[in-house]
Design a binder for this molecule. Structure first.
Ligand code: ADP
Length: 617
């Protein structure tokens, strides 16, 4: 389906997933190519900063030695060098941070914009069965999270690798004997932590499974709550749930103890290494009176050792960070890669067809249209629709709900493409028209109108891309029976509608939608049950506006209406009765009543209902 790409990450073989996660990660890194010069500067700064900080312990040791030896010139020279290095470390560290942030923020901004563009491009089918939250979280959180590799790589990975390797070299340089000694004790630490990590992964998988089990118990019991209540089995369900969580707790406790033990043990080994270095190093200093190893060098060694230790631990965290960022990158790229089936704009050079709004007749033709929603592939919604609608006429779709009337309206807007057959506008298949221009010729009043959090004026002129005067705007609103209520609002046409503005009633919103159409003067007017969601009083006002609209548009515009009120339908040039995806009757009111089929029955029923209502009143 169209949004398969979004959901695909949940399925698929595991190997493939790991591989593709890595490739998404590489793609995320490749995004930095346009900022290559900044990245290079950042890398240079990292190199300079880390080289400087790698030299600091060396000078610290020398300062101590010169103090002990009371060597004044050496002392002052070293202090100067030390200060200079510290200043450089700070300076280049700052520039590095700045560069990394510039790249990261530009990257997340570009990604966010691109994601929004991609979402706006998607077919309507893409959004069927997707929650808005899924998409918006991808746009905000994931776009943020996926630039993390760039930050982590430069700030942590590169920097700590330099410290680790540089620290090792400097340790050996300072005292190779101490280095060998220290490594003999660090070996068990690395081995032990590796062992624990492997064991912990296994235990955590067990915990996760136990929790998933508990979750399925919860879903089942909550879902069947009425049954549980009816049978009085609350306790049974609770103990079932507790059994599942108890297993997770047991495993979790095991993990807690082993983790604490490992931590304490490695910590001891860590300290032991420190003691060993001081013990051995100190005795060498004492025995050789500083000839083989000076006190300063011993301190220098200790500092390098700590530096390496810190870098090693930081690198462990970096890997986790990168894995998380790669997952975010994967989700972002899947959305970016989603290609719509229906292309928004096709330049006339490609199709060879120029849509001229002024000469457009808007003769419509459904030619054996078969259509199935991707979300419900098992049942075709339209099965072989053949219908001619001459330009400038009024055509009404009637029929039982669920028959496919709104779907026909959707297809006319090319929200979806039929699987078979074609829809022709002035003899040209819809698939060959430049969609943006085509859609600009359409006026729509749907079942409920969504307004933007802009002024009423902007809402009326929404999508209208020609200049208009205030008088035209007011004229449109008046014809739509909207002017009076708009003037009654605090700021008139400047009043903000929607989220942070006034809440308009359903009927008021419909009249704004109608005003939109009056202003726009479309070539094709689609009215999809514009009054169906309203109460009787607002329905009357909207109906009046609609009657005005149909009257004004007749002749200059093709009108398609789906209506549940007979009075709107009666005057249509053509009435098509849509039933279970087929057009089973078509003709004008008189001919269909004479036919005595479904339409005639609908008319009779509605008349009876109206008569009843009148009697009740
Ligand atoms: P009508 O306008 O005549 O009431 P619709 O065109 O709205 O009928 O719907 C026709 C059928 O298509 C209904 O069974 C409806 O449930 C189904 N349907 C409508 N929209 C979708 C969609 N986006 N995805 C899947 N099925 C849909």
């Amino acid at each position: 389906s169209a949004n398969e790409g979004l959901l695909r990450s949940d399925k698929g073989p595991k190997e493939e997933k790991t591989l593709s996660t890595f490739s998404y990660f590489v793609r995320a890194i490749r995004l930095t190519i346009p900022f290559f010069h900044i990245v290079v500067i950042a890398c240079l700064c990292v190199a300079i900063t880390q080289t400087c900080s790698l030299n600091l312990p060396h000078y610290q040791g020398r300062i101590i030695d010169s103090v002990i030896q009371e060597h004044h010139t050496d002392f002052w020279n070293t202090i100067k060098m030390y200060t200079l290095l510290s200043v450089l470390t700070g300076l280049f560290g700052g520039i590095q941070g700045l560069c990394v942030e510039i790249v990261a923020r530009r990257l997340s901004n570009a990604t966010r914009n691109e994601l929004f563009q991609s979402v706006m491009r998607q077919d309507v089918a893409f959004f069927d069965g997707l929650m808005t939250g899924q998409i918006t979280s991808r746009m905000t959180q994931d776009a943020q999270a996926m630039v993390q590799p760039c930050r982590t790589l430069m700030n942590n990975l590169f920097a700590n690798l330099i410290l680790l390797l540089g620290g090792l070299v400097m340790c050996c340089y300072t005292s190779w004997k101490l280095t060998v000694l220290a490594f003999t004790s660090i070996g068990p630490i690395i081995y032990l932590t590796g062992l624990y990590a492997r064991w912990s992964r296994k235990v955590n998988r067990g915990i996760w499974q136990a929790l998933a089990e508990a979750n399925s118990v919860a879903v089942e019991s909550v879902g069947n709550l009425r049954t549980v209540r009816a049978f009085g089995t609350d306790n049974v369900e609770i103990s079932r749930y507790e059994r599942a969580t108890a297993e997770a707790l047991k495993q979790g406790m095991k993990d807690a103890f082993v983790s604490a033990g490992t931590f304490a043990f490695t910590q001891y080994l860590d300290f032991a290494t420190g003691v060993l270095i001081l013990l051995y190093g100190g005795s060498v200093v004492l025995q050789s009176h500083g000839a083989e190893l000076s006190l300063g060098s011993l301190i220098t060694f200790q500092l390098y050792w700590n530096m390496m230790n810190g870098a090693y631990k930081a690198l462990n965290g970096v890997i986790n960070n990168l894995v998380r960022a790669a997952a975010a990158a994967q989700r972002v790229f899947q959305l970016l890669d989603c290609q719509p089936d229906i292309e928004g704009t096709r330049p006339a050079e490609v199709t060879g067809i120029v849509l001229n709004p002024d000469t457009m007749q808007c003769n419509l033709r459904f030619d054996n249209v078969v259509f199935t929603y991707q979300m419900r592939p098992e049942k075709p919604v339209l099965s072989g629709i053949d219908l001619d609608i001459p330009g400038g006429s009024v055509c009404a779709f009637v029929g039982r709900s669920g028959g496919g009337k709104s779907t026909l309206i959707h297809l006319l807007q090319r929200f979806y493409d039929p699987q078979q057959g074609a829809i022709l506008v002035d003899g040209v298949p819809l698939t060959r028209l430049d969609l943006r221009t085509y859609r600009q010729q359409i006026g729509l009043v749907a079942q409920d109108t969504q307004l933007f959090a802009n002024s009423i004026e902007e809402n009326i002129a929404y999508g209208y891309n020609r200049p208009y005067t205030r008088a035209q705007l007011i004229d449109a609103a008046k014809k739509a029976c909207a002017h009076d209520f708009i003037m009654g609002l605090d700021d008139g046409y400047e009043t903000r509608a929607g989220e942070r503005g006034v809440r308009l009633s359903g009927g008021q919103k419909q009249r704004i939608a109608i005003a939109r159409v009056f202003l726009r003067k479309p070539r094709l007017l689609l009215l999809d049950e514009a009054t169906s969601a309203l109460d009787a009083e607002s329905e009357a006002q909207v109906q009046e506006a609609l009657d005005n609209l149909i009257k004004e548009m007749q002749g200059r515009c093709t009108v398609i209406l789906v209506a549940h009120r007979l009075s709107t339908v009666i005057n249509a040039h053509k009435i098509a009765v849509v039933n279970e995806g087929r057009i089973i009757e078509q003709g004008n009111h008189a001919s269909l009543v004479e036919l005595g089929g479904i339409y005639a029955k609908l008319v009779k029923r509605q008349m009876a209902r109206d008569a009843n209502q009148i009697q009740e009143k």
